[in-house]
Design a protein around this ligand. Structure first.
Ligand SMILES: [Zn+2]
Length: 479
């Protein structure tokens, strides 16, 4: 997953009421008798599983131990009452997937999929302050590769499902835990799982979304969930030329022609666009923007995306521009073969992030129109990306997620729907028509986001609210 979008806040004071709710757990739950309160033993179990998983080096390449992570989870589920046959660990090349089924009482209902991944990004011991695969807890913080992406999240999710079963919950709709084994790299298992589970009703992915604490505190401010993502595309621009001696210039020069095309692409802006998710994001994120002019522009953009003045303000901010439409930027450049020769070839890569609802072909056609020259050859060189369709917003999910996060973290936490800029396993489900929402209940401080980076960590204050979140959400989606 990528880091949750950082809103540039926010010395914004948290209302005292919000502070009172922080950590109040299930006090705010509407049906206190129906929703269990996580016990200390359950919290300890979740942390224990997370710690054991982090200790296993599930990194792509030689010595990949993802199948051992799967075995840890399988053992827990079997101890929690799953029949061994209902927990399928499949070796897929050097990695593995896990699919665990808890059958619901109504076989006619399509299953709820709880999604995650077991692999992590490579981490070198020498670069880290602590051993990335030797998890440690210090001052209420768990350190190790996967602490945020996403072994802690996965362990809490699995533990919550086990706890629900122990508390006697009986789902009407089947619950399928589906963990991939190469999400951080080639995503072959991600695609395979989505294909296997394309008959699902809904996918909740713990790898993405997430909450933000007020700076330097454990006070929850706002929570994002991702309902969609932009598609990734690479296009190559290429100009070829017979070349020649540089003392005898021709009127056409491959480097100059490519440069002219790049200037056109660089100054072109795709039309502003909006969908339910981005409209809601701009409306609800605006209160957390510290700059009043920008906050006003965010609200105005939400009201009318075609209004030029607010659009210009929003598009000037690299954090916001991606939410206003398709973007394409030059990312690589090469050309020429000798200091004293006319270039025979010049090439550039244009990387695009396509707003949902457009195909790669459409965007390539638009680039050709913008460039307006037959000399520049444009080709789609995207490596293995897919273009998910627009995912509908499901009211049952929206209501259940908001209720669950408020039960977990307090009613004053702002809930902000988001369109992610990076991909996750969810895109494979969406591409097959299954709604998938990234909804990690874990909160982080903005200066402690080290997903994929050094010294990854998570605050243990998350365990109880995260379990509470699932104790609410999962029954609401399966009862
Ligand atoms: Zn991830």
């Amino acid at each position: 997953m990528t880091n949750p979008t950082a809103l540039r806040i926010l010395t914004v004071a948290v209302a005292p009421a919000a502070l009172a709710f922080a950590g109040a757990g299930s006090v705010a739950v509407a049906r206190p008798s129906a929703v269990p309160v996580p016990t200390a033993a359950e919290e300890a179990q979740a942390l224990d599983l997370a710690t054991r998983e982090i200790a296993v080096r599930s990194v792509r390449g030689e010595g990949n131990r993802t199948n051992e992570v799967a075995a840890l989870i399988k053992d827990r589920l079997i101890a929690g009452g799953w029949a061994p046959a209902d927990v399928v660990v499949t070796r897929r090349g050097e990695t593995a997937t896990l699919v665990a089924t808890w059958a619901g009482s109504d076989p006619k209902l399509k299953p709820l999929v709880l999604s995650g991944h077991m692999d992590v990004v490579e981490a070198k011991r020498g670069d880290w302050k602590r051993d990335p695969f030797g998890p440690v807890v210090e001052d209420g913080v768990l350190y190790g590769r996967g602490a945020t992406d996403m072994k802690f999240d996965g362990a809490v999710l699995v533990s919550a499902v086990i706890d629900l079963r122990a508390h006697g919950y009986k789902p009407r709709r089947s619950i399928v835990i589906a963990f991939s084994g190469d999400e951080e790299t080639v995503m072959a298992t991600s695609a395979a799982l989505a294909e296997e589970l394309k008959g699902a009703d809904l996918v909740i992915n713990a790898d993405g979304g997430g909450g933000t604490f007020a700076d330097g505190t454990d006070k929850p401010l706002y929570w994002l969930w991702d309902g969609n993502e932009k598609a990734y595309a690479d296009y190559q621009l290429e100009v070829t030329n017979p070349g020649g001696h540089s003392s005898e210039p021709r009127p056409d020069n491959a480097i100059v022609q490519l440069a002219q095309a790049l200037v056109k692409v660089g100054t072109y802006q795709f039309p502003p666009e909006q969908n339910e998710l981005t409209k809601a994001w701009f409306e609800r994120a605006a209160p957390f923007e510290a700059d009043p002019a920008k906050a006003a522009a965010m609200r105005a953009f939400a009201a009318n995306p075609n209004d030029a003045a607010p659009l210009a303000i929003v598009r000037a901010d690299p954090d916001l521009v991606g939410k206003t439409g398709t973007t394409c930027v030059a990312t690589m450049l090469s050309g020429g073969h000798a200091e004293n020769a006319l270039p025979q070839r010049a090439r550039a890569n244009i990387n695009c992030r396509i707003f949902p609802g457009h195909s790669r072909e459409q965007i390539m056609a638009q680039l050709k129109t913008v460039i307006g020259s037959d000399v520049v050859k444009v080709s789609d060189v995207t490596d293995g990306s897919i273009t998910p369709p627009v995912t509908p917003l499901r009211a049952d999910y929206v209501v259940a997620a908001e209720k669950a996060i408020h039960a977990a973290w307090g009613k004053n936490v702002a809930v902000i729907p988001n369109q992610a800029s990076g991909g996750s396993d969810s895109m494979f489900y969406r591409a097959l028509g299954v709604p998938a929402y990234n909804a990690s209940p874990v909160f982080t401080r903005r200066d402690e986001r080290f997903s994929h980076g050094l010294n990854e960590r998570v605050r243990l204050v998350n365990i109880k609210p995260a379990l509470t979140f699932y104790f609410n959400l999962i029954p609401d989606l399966t009862k």
